[in-house]
Design a protein around this ligand. Structure first.
Ligand SMILES: Cc1ncc(COP(=O)(O)O)c(C=O)c1O
Length: 419
């Protein structure tokens, strides 16, 4: 007999066994009242912690006033307010914003904009990058074959260039950077001529691919080539942006300004809203009607985003991310001396990865067992990387020194328990 009760798709896989009945700052509380230190932040989203009172108040007030001020039908007063606040944070002249819901939608918006603005077809992306799961953004995603499997053919016009992942190549940073810039030049003469290349699109710190920061010389090399050939440079700051890297934008670490920025995740403390930033002049080169969507720039999400920016500024959360990130990396580097299976500790601010290896082999199985041991001890974390071999640390930006120390203690217990 058919069971008519609705169910969740069996394809939903969850990293933990936890039911989140309540969220409070850096903690998730299950239905039995057990508290878990949440170092996942809902994949880097709850920057101000769970249910920050100021964000809750702003959202509640907006819910009672106007929920769906459909952005291509009427003006939602929260949107120009949010644009004004964001414009004070983005580098000049990137002060025009297209608002949407998810990171992947602003990746799609970026593809449309760079193609329309330049009249060129190709986008160069970087190996190991993650830009989303819809067909355009997925076509630019090379962090794991699992995401791409079974859904080809992909969108055309995507060229994949190497990313300077020195640890992976087993080279110095300079060697990796030289190699990658050389390969980029080779792409221009073998694969995608500059006049056919609309943009280069890159994460300043690779997220899903393994928590790998780019570096200043490489990013400057991209900027020089883009300037020389009239190619747009787009930074995907969906995961690394909004304070997570210890600076407001991750690209500030490299002294390079892009032509467009993709923003999502940390923007509204958990409400779904994303933004594509570019100069007004660049936006105007897109075609009318190419930036829309039913829910994009929802009023409640926009109100929560405004409150989130205020909290980040009032509570000094970017500086906290910098300081707590340093503390976290110091703790992990100290542990690495005693646990050689921690092959690499890397990242910026509160975006830190620990690569687990057995001998020379990436050890996703060990990383998985470590996460389970951490969960049993009240700490939630995630993995990333092509083999799921990287234990990743992305606590909320409100995290305290005591919570960082507690989490690294639990991590050490998990290392011992899984040795
Ligand atoms: C760097 C980066 N870009 C884009 C995305 C896609 O965002 P969303 O899942 O909101 O579509 C993600 C999501 O993890 C991401 O980390």
């Amino acid at each position: 007999m058919t069971d008519h009760k609705g169910k969740l798709s069996p394809l939903l896989k969850q990293a933990t066994g936890i039911t989140a009945a309540k969220g409070e700052g850096a903690y998730i509380i299950d239905p039995e009242g057990r508290r878990y230190l949440d170092f996942t932040s809902g994949i880097g989203v709850t920057s101000t912690g769970h249910c920050h009172p100021k964000v809750v108040e702003a959202a509640q007030k907006q819910v009672a006033t106007m929920i769906h001020a459909q952005a291509t039908t009427v003006m939602n007063p929260r949107l120009p307010e949010l644009a004004e606040k964001l414009g004070a944070l983005t580098p000049d002249p990137l002060n025009a914003f297209f608002f949407s819901n998810a990171g992947t939608e602003v990746a799609e918006g970026a593809i449309r904009l760079v193609r329309q603005a330049t009249g060129r077809p190709n986008v160069i992306v970087f190996h190991g990058g993650f830009h989303g799961r819809t067909m355009g953004s997925l076509s630019m995603t090379t962090s794991s074959v699992g995401l791409r499997a079974g859904v080809s053919p992909m969108m055309g016009g995507v060229v994949v260039a190497p990313f300077p992942h020195a640890f992976h190549y087993g080279w110095s940073l300079d060697e990796a950077t030289d190699f990658c810039l050389r390969e980029l030049d080779r792409i221009f003469v073998t694969y995608s001529a500059p006049k056919e290349t609309a943009a280069m699109l890159i994460e300043p710190v690779q997220g899903e691919g393994g928590y790998v920061p780019a570096n200043a010389r490489f990013m400057q090399g991209l900027r020089e080539r883009c300037d020389k050939h009239g190619i747009m440079l787009v930074f995907d700051e969906v995961q690394a942006g909004f304070g997570r890297s210890g600076k407001f934008w991750a690209h500030e670490h490299f002294g390079v300004t892009p032509d467009a920025i993709m923003i999502a995740k940390g923007l509204a403390s958990g409400f779904p809203i994303s933004a594509l930033a570019a100069s007004e002049e660049t936006m105007a080169k897109g075609w009318p009607g190419s930036q829309g969507g039913t829910y994009g720039g929802n009023a409640v999400a926009a109100a929560a985003a405004i409150a989130t920016i205020e909290v980040i500024q009032e509570e000094g959360l970017v500086q906290n991310a910098d300081e707590m990130g340093q503390r976290l990396r110091d703790n992990l580097h100290a542990l690495k001396k005693d646990y050689p299976d921690m092959a690499d500790v890397r990242g910026m601010g509160l975006m830190v990865g620990v690569e687990m290896r057995r001998g020379d082999c990436p050890d996703g199985e060990r990383a998985g067992r470590i996460l389970k041991e951490c969960e049993e001890r009240g700490l939630l974390m995630l993995r990333c990387g092509p083999y799921q071999e990287i234990v990743r640390w992305l606590p909320p930006l409100i995290v305290t020194r005591q919570q960082i120390d507690e989490a690294t203690d639990i991590f050490e217990q998990a290392l011992k328990a899984t040795a």
